[in-house]
Design a protein around this ligand. Structure first.
Ligand code: DNO
Length: 359
């Protein structure tokens, strides 16, 4: 298992590589090149420069997140082939720079979505990401986009790139004719084209679950349960067609048994990387993000790490969204302090599990 940390890149993150290098037990990053819109080819030279810069700070970068899939691919429009060719070129360029895993998602229009990016936790005065489905029902898609953009402390959140948002209304209209089966068909088409290339160049694709783990605004969503992922891994039967097991996204629904899902896909060797965090349920389709510690939320992080251990997980892992604590101002969900605490806690659980299993 390799412990990593998400970083958005110089100019796109308030956290420095030096700070990340000083977190004990962190070998490198899950990186992203935030400047490229979905559908664009990520140029080889830019990736080379990025990797070199990270390596010079004493960190590895073998996982890249948010290589976003163009909406035309998800909608199955005739223009998709050009965008798939571009995606393939990006895969080749990333592989040439030593990248082993690409994290992406197949959520229509929206990436992860919250109704409040800084909900105060009354008990301790910190704040965290918060979601209430009832609040969302009172909002239009345009409204949630505006609110999210306004409250992101000047950063662009993944999936909320201004270029994509201009298209919002047109795209929402097209989705009216796309149900889950159609979306799956388009997904399969995409995987059938890209997975052979991944196999050739040694990349594993890791699909990130829908977050939250249910459809929003009536849009189809096909990646938020064990059954959904069973269908996805069968679309193209290859270890290059894998999951990014995000405990908090799947765990937003109490219907998902996370240790069981880890065991199921771990035994099949279909988990390429993991995002590990906790959630606190506040009601039906209503939750906030909690500190990583098991006792602070509704997921049992010990059982989660044990499931990874018992299925010989050998991929990349990182703490996920944290609260904003100690008056930090940064990207919502992506401050330094609470995520560093989470990382250290996960490493502690892992050491205890490994040592207690020694014969
Ligand atoms: C959320 C992240 C996601 C993830 C993308 C992958 O916090 O985990 O933005 O990287 O969904 O495309």
């Amino acid at each position: 298992m390799k412990m990593t940390f998400r970083w958005y890149g110089e100019g796109f993150d308030n956290i420095t590589l030096k700070q990340i290098r000083q977190i004990p037990g962190c070998s490198g990053l899950m990186g992203v090149l935030d400047q490229y819109a979905a559908g664009e080819v990520w140029p080889l030279e830019a990736i080379q420069e990025y990797v070199k810069h990270v390596n010079e700070a004493g960190l590895e970068v073998e996982v890249i997140e948010s290589v976003n899939v163009h909406e035309d691919i998800k909608m199955g429009l005739p223009s998709r082939d050009q965008y798939i060719d571009n995606y393939i070129q990006t895969i080749r360029n990333l592989a040439q720079c030593g990248i082993k895993v690409i994290v992406y998602n197949f959520m229509p229009v929206f990436d992860w979505l919250r109704t409040d990016l800084a909900r105060e936790i009354p008990e301790d005065g910190s704040n965290s990401l918060y979601y209430d489905d009832e609040d969302l029902r009172g909002m239009t898609p345009m409204k949630i986009v505006e609110e999210t953009t306004k409250n992101s402390n000047g950063f662009t959140l993944p999936g909320w790139e201004p270029d994509r948002l201009k298209e919002l209304e047109r795209v929402l209209n097209i989705y009216k004719d796309i149900d889950e089966d159609k979306l799956r068909e388009n997904y399969k088409y995409f995987l059938e084209k890209i997975i052979p290339v991944c196999e050739e160049v040694g990349i594993r694709m890791a699909v990130h679950p829908d977050d939250p783990a249910w459809p929003v605004f009536g849009l189809p969503r096909v990646a938020h349960s064990q059954e959904d992922f069973d269908k996805i891994v069968q679309m193209v039967d290859s270890p290059a067609n894998s999951l990014c097991l995000c405990t908090g996204s799947l765990g937003s629904s109490p219907d998902n048994n996370i240790p069981q899902i880890i065991r199921h896909f771990g035994q099949m060797n279909r988990i390429a990387c993991a995002h590990v965090r906790n959630v606190k349920y506040l009601g039906f389709k209503k939750f906030r993000e909690a500190p990583h510690l098991s006792s602070e939320g509704d997921l049992d992080l010990y059982e989660i790490m044990l499931a990874f251990y018992e299925t010989s997980f050998d991929g990349y892992i990182r703490p996920d969204h944290g609260r904003m604590i100690w008056d930090e101002v940064g990207r919502p969900g992506y401050g330094l302090y609470d995520r560093a605490l989470g990382l250290t806690y996960i490493n502690g659980l892992w050491e205890a599990i490994v040592k207690s299993h020694r014969k």
